[in-house]
Design a protein around this ligand. Structure first.
Ligand SMILES: NC(=O)c1ccc[n+]([C@@H]2O[C@H](COP(=O)([O-])OP(=O)(O)OC[C@H]3O[C@@H](n4cnc5c(N)ncnc54)[C@H](O)[C@@H]3O)[C@@H](O)[C@H]2O)c1
Ligand SMILES: CC(C)[C@H](C(=O)O)[C@@H](O)C(=O)O
Ligand SMILES: [Mg+2]
Length: 347
């Protein structure tokens, strides 16, 4: 099976290196890789953050393993040339509309969580984030007001089909887990959210076995910290899901722990940590590679039909943590490669 390997920028390279070692140990030559430049690295070498060659490799691969994009050197570029356009472009071009971001506590880490141990111990939720629409992909620009003042705008919109297809993913995943779905919106203010809520309620007739609730996003942010154990599956839009998933990572212990899958209608997927290129620690061997290693496990399970191998990797990560493996984000002193080795030892 062919994997498109896209390390990207900053710590993306470091966390992909460790993940590749783990995949080699578990899958050997059953996986082959085509590596390509993406993000700031691609812009610097080829003048575009998502060169056609990279997109072609992503299209023909069975799955895509992605590090992170983002490079401060590119901050002054016009928006369409910035590194982040690469990940947005891949999501749009490949129709990766369903972003699954699981946040599951490790019992060994309850003391590293930002929450009290008894609350952190209860977190086991899945954020199902819509990934092809919302304010991310609406018309945007910069214009002048009648008074001659600069005005930036980004149009937020969802149509009912976009809402329905992600809501179905929410219902189906809730059905396969603990049967609870919380739809998060801002229906007290936004028309997009009112439509979102209406469509979710209409669909719920097909899922009488799923217990549906609705929550405004501001309350959801608070409830995630107060009592994350109340959530099973959370389905939400692109922007709210982006923010809530970073927040959920600190309930578990670190942003360096949360993996993700971005799936199309046929479960072809891109797999990446939820974090970015972390320029503040890039190149220093400080990054926690576990989010990417766990993303690779999701890849094996969802796109490659290798569930037993995925289980092995997840068990090895849990054992490494149980054995005291800690990078700096978890209050320890291990370097990125040492954390990779701690996982390898458990395999
Ligand atoms: N999917 C992606 O490629 C993606 C995701 C998020 C941000 N970004 C981009 O990354 C760049 C940096 O953004 P940011 O600083 O807001 O977010 P970030 O996630 O890169 O970093 C936020 C903070 O968390 C820390 N951190 C992140 N991952 C870590 C890890 N694995 N181990 C230890 N610490 C970790 C960083 O050091 C930083 O202090 C920006 O260009 C942004 O657009 C890309
Ligand atoms: C880099 C950025 C475009 C991206 C997003 O907002 O989706 C990131 O924050 C993420 O969570 O993957
Ligand atoms: Mg994000």
């Amino acid at each position: 099976m062919l994997i498109a390997l896209l390390p990207g920028d900053g710590i993306g390279l470091e966390v992909i290196t460790e993940t590749r070692r783990v995949l080699d140990a578990v899958c050997g030559d059953r996986l082959t890789y085509e590596e390509a430049l993406v993000g700031g690295a691609a812009y610097k070498a080829m003048g575009h953050p998502l060169p056609p060659e990279t997109l072609a490799i992503a299209r023909r691969a069975d799955a895509i393993l992605f590090g992170a994009v983002g490079d401060p050197d590119c901050d002054s570029l016009e928006r369409k040339l910035r590194p982040e356009q690469a990940i947005l472009g891949l999501r749009a071009e490949l129709g990766l509309f369903a972003n699954l971001r699981p946040a599951k506590g490790f019992k060994e880490l309850v003391n590293e969580s930002a929450l009290r141990p008894e609350i952190a111990g209860a977190i086991d939720l899945l954020i199902v984030r819509e990934l092809n629409g919302d304010v991310y992909f609406g018309e945007k620009g910069m214009r002048k007001t009648d008074a001659g003042r600069r005005q930036g705008y980004d149009i937020m919109s969802y149509d009912e089909d976009e809402v329905a297809r992600i809501a179905r993913v929410g219902f189906e995943t809730a059905r396969a887990r603990r049967g609870k779905l919380c739809s998060v919106d801002k229906a007290n203010v936004l028309e997009t959210s009112q439509l979102w809520r209406d469509v979710v309620i209409e669909l719920s007739a097909d899922y009488p076995d799923v217990e549906l609730s609705h929550m405004y996003v501001d309350n959801a942010a608070m409830q995630l910290v107060r009592n994350p154990g109340q959530f099973d599956v959370v389905v939400t839009g692109n922007l709210f899901g982006d923010i809530l998933s970073d927040q959920a990572s600190m309930c578990v212990g670190s942003i360096g722990l949360l993996p993700s899958a971005s799936l199309d209608a046929n479960a072809k997927g891109l797999y990446e940590p939820i974090h970015g290129s972390a320029p503040d620690i890039a190149g220093q061997g400080k990054a926690n590679p576990l989010a990417t290693i766990l993303s690779a496990a999701m890849m094996l399970r969802y796109s490659l039909g290798m569930a037993a191998e995925a289980d092995r990797i997840e068990a090895a990560v849990a054992k490494a943590l149980a054995g005291g493996a800690r990078t700096a984000d978890l209050g320890g002193t291990m370097r990125t490669a040492e954390m990779g080795e701690a996982v390898l030892r458990q395999l």
